[in-house]
Design a protein around this ligand. Structure first.
Ligand code: M6R
Length: 366
């Protein structure tokens, strides 16, 4: 079953280009985008949607956080993202014409199901789920759905479910933007072409595995790590930190890089590696000055950059370049090296990669 791979996590990391292509099959074959991809009622529901509330846990929550940037910047829809286990018990104010979305690999996460039910109890009945399992509870309880086609995910650490969720969310953003008159036909075609190219770009990024293997050795004996990102890549830094703590048991914290001097900079020393998500986006110059702040305190930087980011290797600054900057789709590429880094650090440490201690694949109880 594992084929040439040693663990399910490794297999699932490398399955991502194919999983993404499968998830996008219906979209790739169509000449234009249609709301029907989400169900028969989608046109009407999307037409009345004025804001979005996304509920999810863990890695699926990080996908929601990425989607918030896309939904607001491309579709112009105000978006709130909530951790399902918090939302279900919070006294909150329901807004009219809200599309309530859940995101889940399993479709059976108890907190996410309860959060959806809570939203409905407040009168919000326009519901959509992005889920990897047909006939799951979330699918049954939502009016609209998009099934990711990642295939079964066995490793407890979620990898291919995450990137396929992001692809599905991007399609949703384009559909909503189009229906709201915010997407010119030329831009639609351009973004669709970028989506179709994504599996090949992912394949390319995965080829850096040997370089990451070398870096992983620097993490295995560390107790603490910091992950930095900005903008749409801040949730990617959070996802990288979650992966590392989940399978290596190394304490990892993610910060939006601009927040460093509000506290976490005090932690930085030579014993705490700092992983940086450094795409060549609009915030790159800001990020570069955040990195100088870390360097000035003796922090060792491990930077995942784009080829056109232009950060050079120097003492205490290690750089791996992925590909040229992929624009809006960049988070889907930048999470891949973080998955590989955790995987290889876990191998060096000898932890149980596919079944980390204390964790279950699907959290069906509270
Ligand atoms: O099945 P779901 O996507 O609803 O699961 C949510 C989380 O339990 C899950 O993403 C968890 O955080 C993963 N183990 C992270 O790798």
């Amino acid at each position: 079953e594992l084929g040439p791979y040693d663990h399910y996590m490794q297999k699932e990391i490398f399955e991502q280009p194919g999983a993404l292509a499968n998830t996008l099959e219906m979209v790739s074959n169509a000449s234009a985008l249609s709301p029907n991809l989400f169900g028969a009622e989608a046109v009407d529901i999307f037409a009345r949607t004025q804001q979005i509330l996304i509920l999810a846990c863990g890695t699926s929550y990080h996908a929601a956080c990425v989607a918030r940037y896309w939904l607001e910047s491309v579709a112009g829809l105000p978006t709130t993202v909530e951790i399902a286990s918090e939302y279900r018990y919070r006294t909150s104010v329901a807004l009219p014409n809200t599309l309530v979305m859940t995101i889940s690999q399993s479709g059976e996460t108890a907190d996410t199901i309860a959060a959806l039910q809570h939203a409905k109890s407040l009168g919000m009945n326009d519901t959509l789920t992005i889920c990897n399992v047909p006939e799951s509870a979330l699918i049954r309880q939502s009016k609209l759905r998009f099934l990711t086609r990642a295939g079964p995910e066995i490793g407890v650490a979620s990898t291919k479910a995450f990137t396929t969720q992001l692809a599905a969310l991007f399609v949703l953003v384009l559909v909503l933007a189009k229906q709201r008159g915010q997407l010119a036909p030329a831009q639609e075609q351009e973004l669709l072409a970028a989506l179709r190219h994504l599996p090949a770009a992912m394949q390319h990024v995965l080829e850096i595995e040997p370089q990451i293997q070398t870096w992983a050795k620097a993490f295995a004996d560390k107790r603490h790590t910091l992950f930095l990102g900005r903008g749409v890549h801040y949730p990617i830094a959070q996802e990288g930190a979650l992966k590392l703590k989940e399978i290596t048991y190394i304490h990892a914290e993610a910060y939006a890089a601009g927040e460093l001097k509000h506290g976490p900079l005090a932690l930085v020393d030579a014993d705490m590696p700092v992983v940086v998500v450094a795409p060549n986006d609009a915030l790159i110059d800001k990020l570069k000055s955040n990195l100088q702040e870390v360097r000035a305190r003796g922090g060792e930087l491990f930077v995942f950059a784009d080829r056109d980011t232009h950060i050079s290797e120097e003492d205490g600054v290690h750089v791996i370049n992925l590909v040229d900057h992929a624009g809006l789709l960049s988070p889907i590429l930048h999470v891949l090296p973080l998955q590989l880094l955790s995987y290889h650090a876990a191998l060096v440490k000898g932890t149980d990669v596919d079944k980390p201690r204390n964790l279950a694949k699907s959290v069906t109880v509270e």
